[in-house]
Design a protein around this ligand. Structure first.
Ligand code: GLU
Length: 608
């Protein structure tokens, strides 16, 4: 059995408020145990896993498989599925830009990893064109009819999570396709039909169902209730189509052809739009209220990038409505006074990173939401003076337990603290660097694995992103920042990130799925690359650990479990849980590109 399989044993039910989510988590561990066991048995080889010349890589932990790692001279793509990464690589080889590759990768992911992202969902792009960082927000939007009480039951209390998720109620107006189009118009080199072609070909000719997709469908109990999804994902015997089955999606091929001919308008108006609205509003048990006007009115927003320094580096990420960029910068800033390079991976590192997480998550819960509805004090939250005071709250010897939100300068809030965080799986991250040194970090989601469990006739699943809003609109009689509202975007944790060196040269492209854990995963990886000088594959595969201002979480089945007693001695309440990241990282060194794709999922980093 692999080390990952151990997480099956260390779980206990009361660790999870929601048993169904636990089952999802368990399933992921199982999938990993089965799907990756061969990899784990092979001796540790890292094709091209090279040390940065100035910074020797640490020894790779024993037994760690790294088939995912890659090196390249000119360009690279790291994505969560080999077919998707290959599509991106072909586009790059044909002279395409980073964004051309990202479009191809996303559309192929929609087919081969449909549980995690697609044109039925939303995404953020952080783009580097060689001189500027631009961040684009393609987050889903609540329909005009959405009200703050959307996720309250008849008793006025927040609904059970899956009562809200499954069906039309949780579906936000999808943003991913408009985002791809806007980005492609701005930075694309190849034609729009050219970047769509790889996905269209695969949709027509079919692709083999992967262990990950099969595993997710097998464990899910809602998807089979959707008639279109049932025909697509299940055999005539009612069982999920097995691993290796060649799956064709002619409906999606037609959709892509329309989109190739008419652009994203083909999706946001006309027949496909009508199909989306019908799928959402005609759901038999939990209909939603999305309209054609909602779809037609969807807009991608360009947001100010959130940038800050970490040691000699500059780190840039996604601002609100994502909490990702702010929280990652806050965590790094809390770590900066420590000599993380000599602390090394271990219980002390877990202590500092957990405490940094507590502080960041306390602020996140109070302040972060859609900036169109709430005045988010971004400037104050990443103000160096403020962060220095916050970092001063961390003791080297004792955990602070639960952190309180701070009082950042420049702005006051009228909102109430409202924690609500699950661990979701319906997300994917794409990192690309092209031959001109342009880069894309794109994190893309349909929220929970398999989203709202409803599939359109046009061949794609719809998101359940609206459950990223807080269900309870008020706490202690005051509104919570991330409550549902008309045309509002739910708060995200997605943290597509770019790192620049002291000469403002692009150094790294990083991101991950994992719900609110994303913030921890990305921070860990950045510390691994920037402080511990690890090869990106090794940094990605380090055990996950951190805190979201609750218990200190360590990844079950990894060597981090051995850190438990040292952490407890500092007063941490430690929980070993599955921490199923899907980090994709590319580092640009003087001799080319080195990439890593999370061995917890199916990704690869490949290039030319
Ligand atoms: N919907 C989540 C977010 O935007 C991400 C879920 C996931 O990572 O699976 O923060």
């Amino acid at each position: 059995m692999t080390r990952r399989a151990l997480s099956l044993r260390v779980y206990s039910f009361h660790e999870h408020p929601n048993t169904e989510r636990l089952m999802t988590t368990l399933h992921h561990s199982l999938w990993r145990a089965l799907g990756l066991s061969l990899l784990a048995l092979t001796p540790f080889v890292m094709p091209g896993a090279q040390a940065q010349p100035a910074a020797p890589a640490l020894e790779a932990p024993a037994g760690r498989a790294a088939k995912q790692a890659g090196t390249a001279a000119r360009d690279m793509v790291a994505a969560a599925n080999p077919l998707a990464a290959q599509a991106g690589r072909e586009i790059l080889a044909a002279g395409g830009s980073a964004i051309d590759a990202a479009v191809a990768v996303q559309l192929v992911l929609n087919l081969v990893e449909p549980q995690n992202s697609g044109i039925g969902g939303g995404a953020f792009i952080v783009h580097w064109d060689g001189s500027d960082v631009v961040t684009l927000d393609g987050r889903e939007v609540a329909p005009a009819a959405a009200k703050p009480e959307r996720f309250l039951g008849r008793d006025g209390k927040p609904m059970p999570f899956y009562d809200a998720v499954v069906g039309g109620r949780s579906v936000g107006v999808p943003g991913t396709l408009r985002l791809l189009e806007v980005a492609h118009r701005r930075w694309g080199k190849l034609s729009w039909p050219q970047v769509i072609a790889p996905a269209m070909r695969l949709a027509e000719e079919g692709f083999a169902i992967s262990p990950y997709l099969n595993g997710i469908v097998t464990q899910d109990k809602y998807l089979q209730n959707d008639p279109i999804a049932r025909t697509y994902f299940y055999g005539e015997d009612g069982k999920p189509k097995p691993v290796g089955t060649i799956l064709k999606n002619p409906a999606f091929a037609r959709t892509l052809r329309e989109i190739a001919d008419k652009g994203a308008d083909a999706f946001y108006t006309g027949e496909i739009a009508a199909d989306i609205v019908a799928t959402v509003t005609r759901h038999t048990t939990n209909p939603g209220d999305m309209t054609l006007r909602d779809l037609e009115g969807y807009k991608v927003e360009e947001r100010a990038p959130v940038c800050g320094s970490y040691r000699t580096y500059r780190v840039c990420g996604m601002g609100p409505p994502s909490s990702g960029g702010v929280a990652v910068l806050q965590m790094l800033s809390t770590l900066e006074p420590q000599d993380m390079a000599s602390i090394r991976p271990g219980p002390d590192a877990a202590h500092w990173i957990s405490e940094a997480g507590r502080l960041a998550f306390a602020d996140r819960a109070l302040y972060l939401a859609d900036p169109g509805f709430v005045s988010v004090p971004v400037r104050g939250l990443i103000d160096p003076g403020y962060l220095k005071t916050r970092a001063g709250l961390v003791s080297p010897d004792k955990s602070m337990g639960r952190a309180k939100a701070g009082d950042p300068p420049f702005q006051k809030t009228e909102f109430r603290f409202a924690p609500s965080d699950g661990v979701e799986f319906g997300t994917s991250h794409i990192s690309v660097v092209d031959r001109d040194g342009k880069a894309v970090a794109m994190t893309t989601t349909i929220e929970d694995g398999l989203g709202a469990r409803i599939m359109t006739r046009s061949g794609f699943l719809l998101n359940n992103e609206l459950t990223d809003f807080n269900f309870a609109p008020e706490e202690e009689g005051k509104p919570v920042a991330n409550r549902v509202d008309t045309n509002k975007r739910p708060r995200s944790s997605m943290a597509p990130t770019l790192v620049f060196d002291a000469d403002n040269k692009l150094y790294a492209v990083v991101g991950s799925p994992g719900g609110s854990q994303i913030i921890t995963y990305v921070t860990k990886t950045l510390v691994g690359i920037l402080d511990w000088k690890l090869d990106p594959q090794v940094a990605v595969d380090l055990p996950n650990f951190g805190s979201r201002n609750g218990p200190t979480e360590i990844e079950a089945g990894t060597e981090a479990e051995a850190w438990k007693s040292a952490l407890e001695a500092k007063g941490h309440q430690v929980r070993a849980i599955s921490m199923n990241s899907g980090i994709q990282a590319i580092v640009i060194g003087p001799n080319g590109l080195t990439g890593g794709a999370d061995s917890r999922r199916e990704g690869v980093a490949i290039g030319n």
